[in-house]
Design a binder for this molecule. Structure first.
Ligand SMILES: Cc1cc2nc3c(=O)[nH]c(=O)nc-3n(C[C@H](O)[C@H](O)[C@H](O)COP(=O)(O)OP(=O)(O)OC[C@H]3O[C@@H](n4cnc5c(N)ncnc54)[C@H](O)[C@@H]3O)c2cc1C
Length: 378
């Protein structure tokens, strides 16, 4: 692995921790109860430049590398998983794919406002019949004059209810499989586009997930992101990078759960709780090391896809395992609605599913191991 370049991650972390403890933590219970992140808080995060971290200054981003982004997302998620995930989705699977695949005109029009935090971004890949198996997309596009016409339904689209830019994936012909899929940039005001319903969830409440309906959405030719037929490449590229981001959100929840557990054990120490605490710390440390390694690899320009999968897999498991042990040590108080341990367990439980399930990470990892051994990208 190449030597890691100097990073400004420590100063981003200090700023994000200070902001998260002052402004996010006090709202975490309310965000969970009301199932929404206050618009004013999103505006404050934009002012703090957290919605532009990791994006180049050339495009109105705040600069900073992957390690900086990971630090910000971990600190925000430590205070409220919903807030961390809102920012992670905005950056990783909306702004970054436009940065990587967009034309200069697309970057001017869509990336600049995203990077400034004037608008929030979303990513619509999942459908009622297509989750892990993205080749089963049923949302169709056809050519309409020089532009495109989209019809279909998207499910579990985070941020979409209040987004200013949404990436939507559609197929020209399902019989073409992955080669038929293209990516489109859809401004939500476009006629035919609507948010059909908000989906109530066990955890990550506040990170709005919605069903979207595209009922004859007419798009100009310049809405196509990347080459026609290369939409799956755009989606998988976004998700591979995004896994480092979502792993850092899971790490933030794991850390919050560990800290809550430590408080509980300190306030009522009993012999049987100590091994649970020690195990939780070991799991947290492993997740921390793997997230840091994936981020370092990405910053160094080294292959990182499998490293990101391991980080996501382990951090999501650690979050669930620590949050669950946290409920055990807290006893009945830990399962009371609104108790921090209870919210953390519900939030943690979503991470093994979101942005590629644990089983899908295992498939990616096994494929990499069989092809290359545990070398180049781990
Ligand atoms: C809170 C939340 C936010 C989300 N945000 C977004 C978003 O912004 N944009 C978006 O496009 N999607 C989003 N999603 C959707 C998410 O990415 C999918 O839920 C996920 O990819 C899994 O798809 P699925 O739910 O259809 O489950 P399925 O793919 O049906 O999987 C069900 C189960 O089968 C397992 N499984 C599936 N295939 C295999 C296989 N080949 N081998 C072994 N096991 C397998 C899975 O691991 C899982 O346990 C979100 C989901 C959640 C819960």
């Amino acid at each position: 692995m190449a030597a890691a370049a100097p990073t400004d991650a420590p100063s981003w972390r200090r700023r994000a921790r200070d902001f998260a403890e002052r402004r996010v933590q006090p709202l975490a219970g309310q965000i969970d109860r009301e199932d929404r992140v206050p618009e004013a808080l999103v505006r404050e995060m934009a002012q703090e430049r957290f919605l532009g971290v990791g994006l180049p200054e050339e495009w109105d981003g705040a600069g900073g590398d992957t390690r900086s982004t990971v630090a910000v997302l971990e600190e925000l998620s430590r205070a409220s998983a919903a807030v961390g995930v809102l920012v992670a989705v905005h950056l990783a699977v909306c702004a970054v794919p436009i940065l990587v695949e967009g034309t200069s005109a697309q970057k001017e029009r869509f990336l600049r406002p995203l990077a400034r935090g004037d608008v929030v971004g979303a990513f619509g890949l999942t459908e009622p019949g297509a989750g892990s198996d993205t080749a089963r997309l049923a949302t169709r596009y056809s050519r309409e004059g020089s532009g495109f016409l989209l019809r279909g339904t998207k499910m579990f689209t985070s941020n979409a209810a209040s987004a200013g830019v949404i990436l939507v994936f559609a197929t020209r012909d399902p019989s073409l499989g992955s080669h038929g899929i293209s990516a489109f940039i859809v401004p939500p005001g476009t006629p035919g586009f609507s948010v059909a319903q908000r989906l109530d969830k066990l955890g990550l409440r506040g990170s709005e997930t919605t069903e979207l309906v595209l009922d004859g959405v007419q798009l100009p030719p310049e809405s196509l992101l990347g080459a026609e037929g290369k939409g799956l490449h755009v989606a998988l590229g976004a998700l591979s990078g995004g896994r480092v981001w979502i792993a850092s959100c899971a790490l933030g929840v794991a850390r919050a759960a560990f800290e809550e557990m430590l408080r509980t054990v300190r306030s009522h120490d009993e012999e049987w709780k100590r091994p649970l605490l020690a195990r939780a710390f070991a799991e947290l440390s492993a997740a921390e090391a793997l997230v840091a390694r994936a981020a370092e690899r990405k910053d160094a320009g080294d292959p990182y896809v499998e490293a990101a999968s391991v980080a996501k897999l382990v951090a999501a498991r650690a979050a669930v395992s620590i949050a669950s042990a946290g409920v055990d040590v807290a006893g009945s108080e830990g399962v009371r609605a609104g108790a921090p341990a209870e919210r953390l367990l519900r939030d943690a439980r979503v991470f093994p599913i979101v942005e590629g399930t644990t089983e899908i990470q295992e498939l990616i990892l096994a494929r990499g191991l069989l092809a290359n051994g545990p070398g180049p990208s781990l």
